[in-house]
Design a binder for this molecule. Structure first.
Ligand code: GLA
Length: 393
């Protein structure tokens, strides 16, 4: 995050509103492995990254809400914070949805001002929306002195996405943005919400994201459909195994035994989730053992499952993964996030990064006529206060 962005937003806030704001930064995330497992009570392995949203926020002592999307150059005003409801202004919903969650907990939300912007590419699968939600949740919690715990803020941000953006997401993105820790990935058990950090040194193994540039307009519909398919699978298993309340509890043996009762697509979705949970656990063991090659094999297997069984990949992502597999110095690659576009995540030996970017870029251009954007990310701390640099170092 360029330090100048916090300074710019701070200056813009002062100029527009004339009082000192609270400054907050909220990172996007990567997910090393564990895709579409969060809403199935399973495991994920994300980290917060150095692509962030920054917010200048203050209580204005009036009734109104004034929001400024710095990057879009757009303003949204609501006459009274008491009248929050979903808006036709798409970007404002991520903020309004969070404020509504405070109200839903019986916390009065007075008028506030917010100027925000950042460098998380939108629709690239790095969770720009979760960063927007979590940044404002943190800011309001602070300004209102509400004393809500970070996990509660994550839940509220997730609920905001459900109710104001219409995506029935799991908790991974919001959790990662709030709980990220510099230099560490974090394995979250999405059923118990227990979590454990594992060191990940991006100087020894680079995390490179390749952006397919594809944004599927039906992605949120397909996402919600996948979720329903998993629920249908659980309902069938539950008739025979009452203890199965989510796919986290299911086994491949159970799925195979009752396969005849499952729609073929539902069977494939469920089998993918059960296998992916096992892959996250295996991947963590490989990480602890320092075996990046074995870790990478889990990533390739994850991609194959997402492509063939969960069916959330697309040809652009598949080409990026195959190009990575063919490049020297790559430990593993797979699509990342909800799917249907966005980025692949690639673990690459540091001395091979330049040739990796060149060869994947060439393969992609040959097939699709354009070079994908790539990002080398580092792992940073989760949401926190931001500071404005007053003097040059
Ligand atoms: C999106 C959702 C997450 C998660 C991933 C897929 O990023 O917001 O909750 O389900 O897709 O793993």
């Amino acid at each position: 995050m360029p330090a100048s962005l916090a300074s710019d937003l701070h200056a813009e806030f002062l100029q527009r509103f004339g009082y000192e704001p609270l400054l907050v930064r909220a990172p996007g995330r990567v997910n090393l492995i564990g895709e579409h497992t969060d809403y199935n009570g399973g495991f994920v392995l994300p980290a917060a990254i150095d692509k962030e949203m920054v917010f200048a926020v203050g209580l204005n002592g009036r009734a109104e809400i004034r929001l400024v999307a710095h990057d879009l150059g757009e303003i949204f005003n609501l006459a009274s914070a008491a009248d929050i409801s979903p808006s036709a202004t798409h970007w404002a919903n991520y903020l309004l949805g969070v404020a509504a969650q405070f109200q839903a907990r019986g916390l009065a939300v007075p008028g506030f001002d917010c100027v925000f912007g950042g460098d998380i590419p939108i629709g690239a699968g790095m969770s720009s929306s979760a960063a927007v939600e979590c940044g404002l949740a943190f800011a309001l919690n602070h300004l209102l002195g509400a004393g809500l715990a970070p996990m509660e803020l994550a839940r509220m941000a997730q609920k905001a996405e459900h109710t104001y953006a219409g995506v029935l997401c799991g908790i991974m993105d919001q959790f990662a943005s709030l709980f990220g820790r510099a230099g560490q990935v974090v394995r979250l058990d999405c059923r118990s919400l227990d979590y454990a950090y594992f060191p990940f040194d991006t100087r020894a193994c680079r995390i490179v994201l390749c952006n397919s540039g594809v944004k599927h307009s039906l992605a949120s519909t397909a996402y919600n459909t996948r979720r329903q398919e998993c629920e249908r699978g659980v309902a069938v298993l539950q008739r025979h195994h009452p203890e199965v309340t989510s796919l986290r509890d299911a086994t491949l043996a159970q799925l195979d035994k009752h396969r005849a009762e499952l729609d073929p697509a539902v069977y494939r979705r469920c089998a993918y989730v059960v296998r992916e949970n096992a892959r996250v656990e295996a991947a963590c063991q490989h990480l602890v053992a320092g075996d990046l090659a074995a870790f990478g094999r889990e990533m390739y297997a994850s991609h194959a499952g997402l492509r063939d069984d969960y069916e959330v990949s697309c040809v652009e992502l598949d080409v990026l993964v195959e190009a990575a597999r063919a490049a020297p110095g790559v430990f593993g690659a797979r699509m990342m996030g909800g799917g249907f576009g966005g980025c692949t995540i690639n673990l690459v030996a540091p001395d091979q990064v330049d040739s990796f970017i060149a060869s994947v870029g060439a393969a992609y251009r040959q097939r699709f006529g354009r070079v994908p954007e790539t990002y080398q990310t580092t792992i940073v701390d989760g949401v926190g206060e931001a500071v404005v640099a007053t003097t040059a170092a």
